[in-house]
Structures are given as structure tokens and as C-alpha cells.
Design a protein around this ligand. Structure first.
Ligand SMILES: [Zn+2]
Length: 446
């Protein structure tokens, strides 16, 4: 999705307003100011510390090394996939605009291109995690199945756009020839993965799908998304007898579509940890702030955790520990849907967060442990964003290692070294916690 980073974090807790711009400097420079003497040129200091940080944050093993070889007997992750999803062509242009300004010799691929998913596929097939993966083929969703989340009018609009050869539905979101079939496959593949878990055929299923879905609202495409794959799966779980479903979305952008779909329901707790990007136009009117809490019966069942830019491994784990775990403990879901995007990584063109493989691995362990405690281990993982073609695949590998709860990492991090401004993240998370404990009915006294 489009990058419209807001530098202002508005927290309504006790009228506390924190302006991030007044607190933060670019992390690398801030790091240098602490670590360096005053004697060297700032740029030189930065370069030296980038190298120093690289050594400090990297795993000791060389790039590409495999850290463990013999798999121990653990339940595999059931991965659902269909190659037809590669046929969604998003074109080239200036970033995600589809625009050729005429003065650039090289137009880049749209960030949501098939290469990113090809690498996710191949790392699971040929990476060290491959012995722990069981493969399943997805199938396209049928139009009536889509109506559990989307309106008939909206689906008709998509069918009509496909019939007419394509349409830009909103900024950066192109339905081209082949896109509709891919979208139906993404939705159907996610439903197959959820059904697999609901039927007791496996505990952990991962829907490796594109186009992504968590911005798609019941009546509106948004942020590269047409159909809300995770939302459809949540509704299938409810329709199959699950009383309560928790959604934990760690894509770097607000999972506004999923939140919107269940905004008036107390059967679905939607939790989103995201960059504090705010609204980005008519297709995305929600701003992802802490005070978007749900409505009616659903009041208090939408938890937004807008994290300051630069939040990394320690900040995310702090937010999971202080906010997500207590909420899930209290909500006691029968099913957990983990909505994942590797665009929260330190190297993503579409995000400004600093997660590394270690952070994704640790979050995976936390989510796995929540599932073990509350859902009998049942967990659906749904792929969303993640636009660095290489690092997204590595981070996916790490997060699934975490979900498998393997005792040691299988794959070292080839590039992680960014420092993290932990203090500011902790301050913001504490403010969110105070606000939510005062406001969300089911969290009172937690
Ligand atoms: Zn995203």
C-alpha cells in the first residue's frame, strides 16, 4: 500500500499527545550521536557505525548459512498455494502509481509483484524449513462464498471491471486481465486453509496468497487488495461454529478492511499493529488510531496499536507482551488468525519499521503459544504485504520457524543491522496500554 507516513502520533489517553518529530531523529544518526566521539565527520561516523552495527546485529554465521539440519518430529505447517495467483499483473511505473513520467529510463515493477511471492514459495520449498512444510493446492472461491464478507454490489463492480478488461479501483490498485481469477484463487485458497484447520486435518495452516486482502472492505477495494481473504476465513470459522475469533495483524499497514468487516461484532477481536500512517484517501478513510474501538456490540473489540516509525524487534515484542497477550488471554478465542506482512521489516520500501528475522521469529513463537493456550493449537496464517523481494522471503522463513516453535533458528539473517529506538516505542506502547485499559470494556482491570 501507498506510503503516506504521518509523523504525528496522536494518543488520546489522558489527552496525551506525542509528536514523534520532536522526539526522534533518524535512528542511524541517533545511534551515532551516542556512540561516537565528536572527533569525526558525521557522515564518516555514520558509515563506521553502520558497519559496526552490521557486525553487532548480525548473527555470527555467514550469510546464507543454514544453522540446523536435522528436523525434529514436529507437526508440519500446512501451506496452501496455487500458481494461478502469479497471473495477477500489476505493471510498472513510479513506485505503485502505474505512471510513466517520461524522464525515467528504468521503471520499476509495482511493489506487489509476483517476484516477491515466487521467493516466498521457493524458500519454503528449498530452504532449511522445507522438511517442516506440507503442501496443499488451493482452489478458487465461488462468488456466493464472497458474500459472507462483501456486498453483492461490490462483487458485481469487480466482475464488471474484469469483463471490461481491467480498472484502477483506487490508488495503486489495478485489476488487470488475470487479476480477478487470481483474487478468486487467493480468497479460495485462504478458505481452503481455514477449512483444513476447522476440519481437524491440521493445526497450523498458512495461506500463501496474493493479491493481498486486509485492506479490502465489504464495499471497497484498497491498498492493492480486492477481496478480504482473512476476513472471509474468519467468517467461515464463525459460520462453522467458532464462538470467538481473534485476528492479530502485523502487516506494517492498518488492517482496516478486516476491522471494518467486524467492527460491530463482539465475536471477532481484531488487533492490528501498524505504522502510524493514518488515512490515505477515500479508499482508506480509517486512520488506525487507538480510538477506533468498534461500534455497537463490537465496541471495544477493535484494538489498534499504531507504532512509531522505527519500532523494531524489541518494540514489537513489547507491544505483543503488554497489549496483545493480555487481550487474547481475556478474550479467550476459539480460533486465531495471524495476518502477516513482512513489510514491517527494516528493509521494506513500503514501511518504516525495523523488524528483523529475529523479531518475526519471536512474534511467531508468541502467536504459537497463544494458540496452544486458547485454541488447541489451531492457527491460520494469512499472507499480506512484504515488498522487499529477498528479505520478505527470509522473514517469512523466520516467522514460520517461530510458529513451529523450533528450538534454534534454521537460517541466519543475511542483512539485519539497523538499530532501534526502543525508548520512544516503549513510551507510546505504555500510553496505548493505559488508554485501552481505561476504555475497552473487556480489558478493564486487566
Ligand atoms: Zn502492508
Amino acid at each position: 500500500m501507498p506510503l503516506l507516513a504521518s509523523h504525528e502520533i496522536l494518543l488520546l489517553s489522558s489527552c496525551l499527545i506525542i509528536h514523534s518529530s520532536s522526539h526522534r531523529t533518524p535512528t542511524s544518526v541517533a545511534y551515532c550521536s551516542v556512540e561516537c566521539s565528536l572527533s569525526c565527520h558525521p557522515h564518516q561516523r555514520h558509515r563506521e557505525h553502520s558497519r559496526k552495527n552490521r557486525r553487532r546485529f548480525q548473527n555470527p554465521l555467514p550469510s546464507n548459512s543454514i544453522m540446523a539440519t536435522s528436523p525434529t518430529p514436529v507437526d508440519p505447517i500446512d501451506v496452501f498455494w496455487h500458481e494461478g495467483m502469479l497471473k495477477h499483473e500489476t505493471g510498472t511505473g513510479v513506485f505503485d502509481s502505474g505512471m510513466d513520467p517520461g524522464f525515467l529510463d528504468v521503471l520499476e515493477k509495482h511493489p506487489e509483484n509476483s517476484d516477491r511471492v515466487k521467493n516466498m514459495l521457493s524458500i519454503l520449498k528449498r530452504g532449511p524449513i522445507s522438511p517442516y512444510i506440507s503442501w496443499h493446492s488451493g482452489t478458487p472461491a465461488l462468488v456466493p462464498q464472497l458474500l459472507s464478507f462483501h456486498t453483492q454490489e461490490y462483487i458485481n463492480e469487480l466482475i464488471e471491471a474484469d469483463r471490461n478488461g481491467g480498472k484502477m479501483l483506487c490508488t495503486g490498485t489495478f485489476l488487470n486481465p488475470g487479476s480477478w481469477d487470481a483474487a478468486l484463487l487467493a480468497a479460495g485458497t485462504t478458505l481452503s486453509a481455514m477449512k483444513h484447520v476447522l476440519d481437524g486435518c491440521g493445526k497450523i495452516a498458512y495461506a500463501l496468497v496474493r493479491p493481498p486482502g486486509h485492506h479490502a472492505q465489504p464495499t471497497q477495494a484498497d491498498g492493492y487488495c480486492f477481496l478480504n481473504n482473512a476476513g472471509l476465513a474468519v467468517q467461515l470459522a464463525l459460520d462453522s461454529g467458532c464462538q470467538k475469533v481473534a485476528v492479530v495483524d502485523i502487516d506494517v499497514h492498518y488492517g482496516n478492511g478486516t476491522a471494518e468487516g467486524f467492527y460491530r461484532s463482539n465475536k471477532v477481536l481484531t488487533i492490528s499493529l501498524h505504522m502510524n500512517h493514518g488515512t490515505w484517501g477515500p479508499s482508506h478513510p480509517q486512520n488506525g488510531s487507538v480510538d477506533e474501538l468498534g461500534e455497537g456490540e463490537g465496541f471495544g473489540y477493535n484494538m489498534n496499536i499504531p507504532l512509531p516509525n522505527g519500532t523494531g524487534d524489541r518494540g514489537y515484542v513489547y507491544a505483543m507482551t503488554e497489549l496483545v497477550i493480555p487481550a487474547i488471554e481475556k478474550f479467550e478465542p476459539n480460533m486465531i488468525v495471524w495476518v502477516v506482512g513482512q513489510d514491517s521489516s527494516a528493509f521494506d520500501p513500503n514501511g518504516r519499521q525495523c523488524l528483523t528475522m529475529n523479531g518475526y521469529r519471536e512474534i511467531g513463537q508468541i502467536v504459537r503459544s497463544l494458540a496452544s493456550r486458547h485454541t488447541g493449537g489451531r492457527l491460520l496464517i494469512v499472507q499480506e504485504g512484504g515488498y522487499n523481494v529477498t528479505y520478505s522471503a527470509y522473514c517469512l522463513h523466520a516467522m514460520l520457524e517461530g510458529a513451529l516453535n523450533l528450538s534454534c533458528p534454521l537460517l541466519s539473517d543475511p542483512i539485519a543491522y539497523y538499530p532501534e529506538d526502543e525508548a520512544f516505542s516503549v513510551k507510546v506502547i505504555e500510553s496505548i496500554k493505559q488508554y485501552q485499559q481505561d476504555t475497552l470494556p473487556f480489558l478493564k482491570g486487566a
